[in-house]
Design a protein around this ligand. Structure first.
Ligand SMILES: Cc1ncc(COP(=O)(O)O)c(C=O)c1O
Length: 377
């Protein structure tokens, strides 16, 4: 028994696997330029800040959320172009939707499959809800290993197949044909596919276009989005779209008032001003191209192609044969000493050894980040 458990015996009532876990690390960014979490660098323009403040002030926060939930669903459906016959459900960020999906599918023997490295919440949700998690390594260039994925689908027949479209932390937008073949294989044994489009504002395509072309083939495919990268990370709005019959079942696992009236009103307001956020996303795509060009000109840095608002870089140390984690840690610390916080993903997966993930920010933020990186290399 640990000394904590001796002093507080009820700790033993918490599942041992949870007690053995590390909490999700949120880095302290006090005083630092925050380039670690793919946030939109732009705040609301002052006039909109004031208008939003007044609107929030008028809300009936003494009441549980009511009609505004339906209004937000309609606004998001129009924003995304929800395919006919599809419905959407809301999550407190897509993190909550990932948890609810695992909860809803947690039957004896059920499992989840995803290529890795990918978003850390998939295996975490699987673990928390007792689903086996099957990870299939990406190919060396972070592309899908289609043959290995097909074999794993065949072998494990997972309840849930997660495909981040594009992927975090690599930024890769995987081959459309390969994704279609994986989705089809998953459908053949009656499994679900989740296309996680968290980075959709920065990506060249959306899976919804394929759904619209052939709805009959997509009854088992869910498309998940968030307003976090759009510019509302603090408001916590995720949404899951799929065949209305499927969404109706998953939605039963959702706590009835999971989004506050404040989140909802922020989202409604933002969608009324969607053109402001669309212009910001367009600017960030241009900044991504400029940042990529600057990174590729740096000796000792490999920058991977990205369709998200992040760029994964490998910082070569000795360069032999795999850049070591110590090199990434040294560069990470060097950048932090220069007040720039990025994400060191080097120890998250063997294929990420030596890698840092850089958020794409404004031109000014990116210039500061590049200067810190150069100095730290
Ligand atoms: C691929 C992917 N999906 C989902 C999320 C969760 O987004 P949120 O919970 O902010 O909606 C993230 C966050 O970084 C992500 O990278």
């Amino acid at each position: 028994m640990t000394s904590d458990a001796a002093a507080l015996p009820c700790l033993a009532r918490i599942r041992p696997d949870i007690r053995a876990m590390h909490a999700y690390p949120v880095q302290d960014a006090t005083g630092l330029l925050k380039m670690d979490a793919m946030e939109n660098p732009h705040r609301l323009p002052p006039a909109l800040q004031q208008a939003l403040g007044e609107r929030l002030g008028r809300l009936a926060i003494n009441r549980y959320p009511g009609a505004e939930t339906g209004a937000l669903k309609s606004a998001l459906a129009a924003h995304a172009g929800l395919p006919p016959g599809w419905a959407l459900m809301l999550g407190n960020g897509s993190d909550e939707l990932i948890t609810l999906l695992a909860l809803a599918c947690a039957q004896p023997g059920a499992s989840m499959l995803a290529p890795m490295p990918s978003f850390v919440m998939y295996p975490l949700a699987a673990q928390l809800h007792g689903l086996a998690f099957h990870a299939v390594p990406l190919a060396a260039d972070f592309q899908l290993d289609e043959a290995a994925m097909l074999a794993a689908i065949e072998q494990h027949r997972p309840a849930l197949l997660y495909l981040a479209h594009p992927n975090n932390p690599t930024g890769t937008l995987w081959d459309e044909g390969a994704l279609a073949r994986l989705a089809e294989a998953q459908g053949r044994h009656g499994g679900l596919v989740v296309m996680d489009e968290a980075y959709q504002p920065f990506a060249a395509r959306t899976w919804l276009d394929r759904v619209r072309q052939n709805p009959a083939a997509h009854g088992h495919v869910l498309v998940m989005r968030t307003l976090s990268k759009f510019g509302l990370a603090g408001a916590r709005i995720g949404y899951l779209m799929g065949d209305a019959r499927l969404i109706a079942e998953i939605d039963k696992a959702r706590p009835p008032y999971n989004l506050s009236v404040l989140n909802i009103e922020c989202a409604l307001f933002a969608l009324e001003h969607a053109e402001v956020f669309a212009a910001q996303a367009q600017d960030l795509r241009a900044q991504r191209a400029a940042l990529m060009a600057a990174l590729r000109a740096l000796p000792g840095v490999t920058a991977y192609p990205s369709e998200g608002n992040m760029i994964l870089v490998r910082v070569a140390a000795s360069g032999q044969p795999l850049p070591d984690a110590a090199a990434a840690q040294r560069v990470f610390e060097g950048m932090k000493a220069r007040q720039v916080l990025v994400k060191n993903v080097s120890t998250m997966h063997p294929q990420l050894a030596g890698c840092l993930r850089l958020t794409v920010g404004s031109a000014e933020d990116n210039a500061r980040m590049l200067a810190a990186l150069k100095a730290a290399l």
